[in-house]
Design a protein around this ligand. Sequence first.
Ligand SMILES: Nc1nc2c(c(=O)[nH]1)N[C@H]1C(S)=C(S)[C@@H](COP(=O)(O)O)O[C@H]1N2
Ligand SMILES: [Mo]
Length: 155
Amino acid sequence: MTATEATAASRTATIRVRGEVRRPAEFAMADLWALPQHEREVAFTCRRSGPRHHRFTGPLLLDVLRRAEPVFGSGQRKDRLRYVISLRATDEHRVVLAWAEIDPEFGNCAILLGLTRDGVRLDDRGPHLVVPGDVCGARNVSGIADVRVHADLSD
Ligand SMILES: Nc1nc2c(c(=O)[nH]1)N[C@H]1C(S)=C(S)[C@@H](COP(=O)(O)O)O[C@H]1N2
Ligand SMILES: [Mo]
């Protein structure tokens, strides 16, 4: 690899998906672009910067995680209620979601991994977690690097 290629490679973000999944995977932005694309607008208020408004496009977090084939024990839908999704950004900002929030049979929320924000591609920064409907912006996390699916920790 030449120095120029190495620089280009380091500028293209990837995310890792692992945990209780059959197929742990690394997704390049191009892999995420290949999934069905959705659009969502978010309007939230930050305690520091006040009202904000953005438009994102990208795949559903659900579609990305399904590619990794989460293992949920038996096929009963209520078994999925004890699974969580832990997301970590490059700056170590972290968010945990309940699997049920994105599950079509429960919350069915169209949480995205945004690949564009306000028309600008995020290829060099990594996907942006988009949680439509949140009042505060803190779950709209930029630069997602790592996603894990795991069961709750209670006995
Ligand atoms: N990676 C990362 N994403 C983050 C944060 C952060 O500290 N790190 N802060 C959040 C908070 S508190 C808010 S209000 C929004 C602000 O987004 P904006 O200023 O780009 O509209 O980003 C969110 N996403
Ligand atoms: Mo914020």
